[in-house]
Design a protein around this ligand. Sequence first.
Ligand code: GUN
Length: 294
Amino acid sequence: MQVLDGKLLSLTIKQEIAQKVNEIKLNDGKTPHLAAILVGNDGASETYVASKVKSCQEVGFKSTLVRLGADVTEQELLAQINMLNNDDDIDGFIVQLPLPRHIDEQKIVQAISPDKDVDGFHPVNVGKMVQNLPSFLPATPFGILTLLKRNHIDTNGKHCVVIGRSNIVGMPMSILMARKDNPGNCTVTLCHSATVNLKEEILRADIIIAALGKPEFVTADMVKEGAVVIDVGITRIKDESKKSGFSLKGDVKYDEVAKKASFITPVPGGVGPMTVVSLMLNTLKAAENKKIVQ
Ligand code: GUN
């Protein structure tokens, strides 16, 4: 069994990005600039956004964090998005999800200019992804593809089972693994809450991508010997022994599944760091695209 070290790979890729940023600064006198809108003060969202801002600093990007109260109106949020769409200094931006219940998430995502949608959530980018056209890929699926590619994991003709159909991970992941590409070219089964015989479906997988958000859901009896196991889950569990007051649990029961897997991602240190670095790659691409347009 080999551990897929997303932390280490993300450091390597950050160094590659930093080098490109230096070249852009030298040649064009510009600095790639990512903005993030954070609504309210959800603990997990705060952590994710802080790690995105920190990564910007590490690779040499400019970053702007726009904080809005949990009681912000949809109109006010749309106005903020409009400002970022029209701000020439901003190459790309994200609106951290989830949003408070009184705000229509779809309406917000669709208000982001597709050219600045470095999360790849806008229907224009999703449509391009489906047709294998150049686009921004959602950061978590993009990070998983990079992890598979850089570890030379053969996906061609394999049976991939994705568990969970969220717009952020499961749905795009199932499309990407089915695309005629490398990584990709898999036969894909997308499992969700209405799936009958879930265990039997997962047992058929050469590649398991667990993104359902239920801690330690995937157990060894559901996993075929030699499977590649990608754990997207990252749930906070109360843990008084930790300074933060919680520990992080993946969707896979790591210790027992690791004994059967050929490759497995740890939590933390697997998919998480790859998600953040993929957002940096998308931002770099947005800055480079802007140069082509100008
Ligand atoms: N919430 C959980 N994951 C993500 C992500 O990749 N992007 C945004 N904007 N919100 C998220």
